[in-house]
Design a binder for this molecule. Sequence first.
Ligand SMILES: Cc1ncc(COP(=O)(O)O)c(C=O)c1O
Length: 369
Amino acid sequence: MAELTNISLSRGAPSLDIIAVDELAAAAQRALERDPGGMLAYGTSAGYPRLLEWLSNKHGVAPEQLLATNGSMQADAFLFQELVGPGDVVVVEAPTYDRTLLSLTKLGAEILAIPLEADGIDVGALEAALEEGARPKLAHIIPNFQNPAGCTLSLEKREKLLGLARAYGFTLFEDDPYVELRFEGQQHPRMLELDGDAGSVVYASSFSKTVAPGIRVGYLVGPTDLIASLRKRATETYISPNMVAQAIVAEFCDSGAVDRSVATVKEALRERRDATCGALDRHLPDARYVTPEGGYFLWVDLPEGTDVAALAAGAAERGVVFEKGTGFMIEGGESSLRLAYSAVPPDQIEEGVARIAEAYRELHAPARA
Ligand SMILES: Cc1ncc(COP(=O)(O)O)c(C=O)c1O
């Protein structure tokens, strides 16, 4: 039998063919020539000054409101360590990013999981929980092309969430690594922008999904006093983040290469999204999903009772991997899965989904005597 090509619909990372390798090499060369002293010194925990300046212009915030970190995962970790202690209630979307659940659980947080709808978190359910006495410290929200579900939070819900955060005194953590990757439809303002100077929002984003994950550059925007505490925490953790990586990203951004990179990634991902939806419709008509308007992921609900753990095993036998829904939820998700189309060319997506569908049919085939 011919060997099967392995197809991974598992990881939310871009494939190498859509990473701007040559432009990154050129940016690295220019960055080193321009500022060898700054780039190769420790620097400060705030981040590489030229990158902070670019971010400050992009978001219209003071440099003191910024912390550039080794990936936004590090930014999340600093923020959670600062704000969340054992027993603190933290609102998350259900489903949500698996690493967020892990970090919060490790800190002893009490997770208040609120269902996600096609237009973002169910704010009505959140409001009801608050009215019933829930007092969260923090709400973690992935507003655009959510990981894992691909959904986007509507403008109305953004405004409503801000109102709830102000009324009940919790911090809204807007975790937004996918925002630049919209294929179609209207971009909504960030909650950070809608919040003005009220200080209810801490915003995180990353260059992992638009430039390359291996560069490990992400950042936080927040109120100055909170950022000052986080900078102290960062100094105590690693003195300073990776200045070499941040200087390369700063040069990549300042030179405009980042815009070309975003355009390339977006175009490829739109094709991959279309291939995924088309293949699901053709091969797995039982699949229910919300078509993502951007980003890396699509969430599939299969009919209740479908054993997605068994489906994953059947798919793995056929050389295809994906993430089971249960990893993204405290409870439930047994008949759901996440497909990451970010790293796979369209023809392989078609083949991968066809193999998943074959495994699905096998699950439902009558047992042989
Ligand atoms: C919602 C969300 N937040 C944070 C991250 C971490 O990204 P980074 O590579 O910047 O650490 C990811 C990565 O998948 C993510 O999906």
